[in-house]
Structures are given as structure tokens and as C-alpha cells.
Design a protein around this ligand. Structure first.
Ligand code: COA
Length: 419
């Protein structure tokens, strides 16, 4: 018989100690192998827990903590609307209790918790994409990693670049907020995150000012080249945020002139067109993939999104223009992990304004899995692409373009939040 499981925020010091052990074993890469390192892991988790939007939860069974996770009340700007989105990170299960549906129960709890709070979406970074795709999480946008010779970066007005310090905290927060307002998918900065920017010991911080306003900023660390010597270093860019081309080019111009001291600048970006900025976008491997195509960068999947409440989603997006379309589409969703989303949803769209109306007569029916639907509604993929891959079905292909337009956005989602 399955014993009773309770999932709730951590309370006692003894629970924090159990949490530390479970987390250290679930993430051996963190190397919390001695008392001092375990204390740091615990303190960092407690600091996060003190942030109003973050809470560390434990799954308790038979009087012990057997699973842990952090929940985040994110505010994400999706299609011009600020909305609550639940985030989960640091999922870990006691080594002795794997494959006993502990992660399953924690994810179910997480989704129920945010549904009750009024969120329509949840999000996470997967340790294994297939594990969470099976649970209905769809891919967000990929990341591209460029390892560039500084000289391949464009020039810019680097005289506008100055050191950022903690007196610029509000300016940085305002700059981030303006970028968030103009973009899709960005999550609001939270206190712990903002604080970490200025307290991190080895972080380099630079800003780009124009007309007395911070218009962009760059955070980076120096990274020694493995098996190199003390003169051989790279710059690893941790954040490159910009409101306009001048700010971007100013910050890149600043990196460009570090060529005498730096071998490579490592930049991670979700922008697919970043190579357009570069003098020579090749990564130095001389690899052709296949002949005619020069290797430029590596790519990865990461951030995933999931719809947990279909009516709530369309309520929140009531003011969004769904491609200016007028049509009624029946959406048949498959969702084995979270059956409240599964089934038939009739979306009546008039001049781009969408409402769910179970009584409306559909012009067309589409069918897809909740994971791909989640990628679609966030703008991470398009309907045409899902159709081409057989990941979506349509009852009448003459409506394919209209359905494509309904969900299409040129403003693909980005995420700058690590959690
Ligand atoms: C990864 C980890 C969290 C998994 O924990 P776990 O408790 O062993 O996992 P579970 O037993 O809950 O496995 C998931 C279950 O959900 C089930 N499931 C997933 N999607 C489902 C769906 N759509 N419908 C029904 N069941 C589903 C799976 O089938 C699996 O059950 P099964 O083993 O009976 O097939 C754990 O191994 C761990 O702590 N790893 C190290 C740390 C880590 O990598 N954490 C993840 C960070 S994001």
C-alpha cells in the first residue's frame, strides 16, 4: 500500500539538513562533498527561500524528506500581457526512493499549486528533455553558443560604456523592464536574481548609457583556458541585454577591443540571426557540415513551457490579437499527464480576438499534443511547422494558413532567467 505523502515548504532546520543531503546527491556536479560546501548549498537555498517569489518544497513520506524542488512565482510577459507563470527548479529525489513516482507527484503538485493561483502556464529547464516532454512540456526557443575571436565582433561607440556598480541597481532593473515590455517571454527580474548580479564576486559589470539613460548592459566572467597558462583567458558572457542597436554595438565594440588579452568571447543567445553581426561567424574548427556549410556554433534545447489551464490562458490573452483572423477552430488536445487540459476546445476568433465557446460551430478542427500546443501558443514554433512534421493534424488543409496566422508571432519568446 502506498504511504501518505505530504508536499509543503520546508520548515525546521532538520528538514533543511535532509534537503541538503538529497540535493547534494541528486546534483553531484555541485560537489557538495564536505561540510563547508554543504553549508553553502543550504544557505544559498535558504537565501532563495527568503525571496518572496521562491519557495523550497519537500515531499515527506514516513517522516522523512524524500524529494525536493524550488517553486517560482514568475511574472512572464507573453504576447504583451504580464502573467503569473509557475517555475520549478532543483527537482531531486532521494537515491533510495527513485522510480516510486516521487518526481511525478511533485510535478502534479506543482501544476495544481499554480493552477489554483491562477497561472495558465508552467515552465522549467529539463535535466532530460524527453522526461518532461512526456509530462507535456514543449520546447521553447533554442540557445546558440558562439565562441568568437573578439576581432570578429562589430565596432560600436564604446566610449558610452562604463562600469556598473550597485548604485546602478535601479537603473539596471528599469532597463531590464523596458526590454521585457518590448519582448516576448521574458520573466520579470526577482530580488534574489538582481541582488546576485551585484554581489557575485567575480562578475564583471558594464553598462551602455545614452542621453543619461542606461540602454543596455553586459555581465561576464573571465574563464581560464583549460590546460592553458595564466595569460590565456576567455570571456564568458553571462548577460548581454540591449534596448537598441547602438547599445548592442557599443557593448560588442567594448568586447572587440579586448582582443589583446582575450582569446575567445563566448556568447549564448537565443537569436537565430546573430551570425549576421559577425565579421567571420565561423568558430575556428574549419569544419564543413556538410560541404558548403561552415560550422559556426553549437545549439541546445532548454527552457520548456506547459499550458496547465486552457480557459485561463485564453482569458489572459483576451486582449491579444491572434493574427487578425476570423475563424472558429476546434482544438483537440491530447494530455495524458494533466487530463484537465485534454479534449475538445472551441476557439472562436473574430478580427484576432479569441474566446473559448463550446457552442460555436467550428470551421476547422486541429489536433495536437499539449507539449506542442504549448510551444505553439508561446510562439516558439509555428503551426505550419507542426503540420509539416506530422505533430499536428488538420481536418481541412485549406485552413492551414489561417490557423498558422492565428498563432504566428515574429517576436519569438526569449528567456534570460536561470532557475
Ligand atoms: C530525475 C528524477 C527527479 C526522477 O525522479 P523519480 O521519482 O525517480 O521519477 P518518477 O518515478 O516520478 O518517474 C516519472 C514517472 O512519471 C511517469 N510519467 C511521465 N509522464 C507521464 C504521463 N504523461 N502520464 C503518465 N505517467 C507519466 C513516468 O512514466 C514515470 O513513471 P514509471 O517509472 O512508472 O514509468 C530523479 O532521478 C533525480 O532526482 N535525479 C537527479 C537530479 C535531477 O536530474 N533532477 C531533475 C532536475 S530538473
Amino acid at each position: 500500500m502506498k504511504s501518505v505523502r505530504e508536499i509543503r515548504p520546508l520548515q525546521t532546520e532538520a528538514e533543511w539538513d535532509q534537503f541538503t543531503l538529497v540535493s547534494a546527491n541528486a546534483y553531484p556536479g555541485v560537489r557538495a562533498t564536505d561540510d563547508a560546501a554543504r553549508r553553502r548549498l543550504k544557505e544559498r537555498a535558504q537565501q532563495m527561500h527568503a525571496d518572496p517569489i521562491v519557495k523550497v518544497y519537500g515531499l515527506f513520506e514516513a517522516g522523512e524528506l524524500r524529494g525536493a524542488m524550488r517553486l517560482y512565482d514568475f511574472t512572464m510577459r507573453l504576447h504583451g500581457v504580464d502573467m503569473l507563470v509557475g517555475g520549478v527548479g532543483g527537482v531531486g529525489v532521494d537515491l533510495l526512493h527513485k522510480k516510486a513516482h516521487i518526481a511525478y507527484d511533485m510535478l502534479q503538485f506543482f501544476q495544481a499549486h499554480y493552477r489554483e493561483k491562477g497561472a495558465a502556464l508552467t515552465t522549467l529547464y529539463p535535466f532530460r528533455p524527453d522526461f518532461y516532454r512526456q509530462m507535456g512540456y514543449g520546447y521553447g526557443r533554442k540557445i546558440n553558443q558562439y565562441r568568437l575571436n573578439p576581432a570578429d565582433l562589430p565596432q560600436g561607440s564604446r566610449h558610452n560604456v562604463r562600469v556598473l556598480d550597485s548604485t546602478h541597481r535601479q537603473e539596471l532593473a528599469d532597463c531590464y523592464r523596458r526590454i521585457m515590455m518590448a519582448s516576448n517571454g521574458i520573466m520579470a527580474q526577482f530580488d534574489f536574481e538582481l541582488e546576485s548580479i551585484f554581489t557575485s564576486q567575480n562578475m564583471q559589470r558594464y553598462g551602455y548609457w545614452a542621453d543619461g539613460q542606461l540602454r543596455g548592459y553586459l555581465l561576464f566572467t573571465f574563464e581560464p583556458i583549460p590546460n592553458g597558462n595564466f595569460l590565456r583567458n576567455n570571456i564568458a558572457v553571462r548577460a548581454l541585454m540591449y534596448e537598441d542597436a547602438a547599445a548592442l554595438r557599443g557593448l560588442l565594440g567594448f568586447l572587440r577591443v579586448q582582443a589583446d588579452q582575450i582569446e575567445k568571447v563566448v556568447i549564448n543567445t537565443q537569436e537565430e540571426d546573430f551570425h549576421l553581426l559577425l565579421h567571420d561567424p565561423r568558430n575556428g574548427s574549419q569544419n564543413l557540415i556538410p560541404s558548403g556549410y561552415h560550422e559556426t556554433n553549437t545549439q541546445g534545447v532548454g527552457i520548456m513551457y506547459r499550458v496547465i489551464d486552457v480557459p485561463r490562458l485564453f482569458d489572459l490573452l483576451a486582449g491579444h490579437n491572434f493574427g487578425g483572423q476570423t475563424l472558429t477552430v476546434q482544438i483537440d488536445l491530447a494530455d495524458s499527464f494533466w487530463p484537465v487540459c485534454a479534449g475538445r476546445w472551441v476557439l472562436a476568433v473574430e478580427n484576432g480576438r479569441a474566446t473559448l465557446d463550446p457552442l460555436a460551430q467550428p470551421d476547422v478542427t486541429i489536433g495536437l499534443d499539449i507539449a506542442d500546443f504549448s510551444s505553439l501558443v508561446t510562439g516558439s514554433t509555428t503551426f505550419r511547422q507542426l503540420l509539416a512534421y506530422g505533430l499536428a493534424q488538420i481536418s481541412d488543409v485549406t485552413f492551414a494558413d489561417a490557423v498558422h496566422q492565428l498563432f504566428y508571432t515574429a517576436n519569438k519568446p526569449v528567456c534570460h532567467t536561470a532557475f
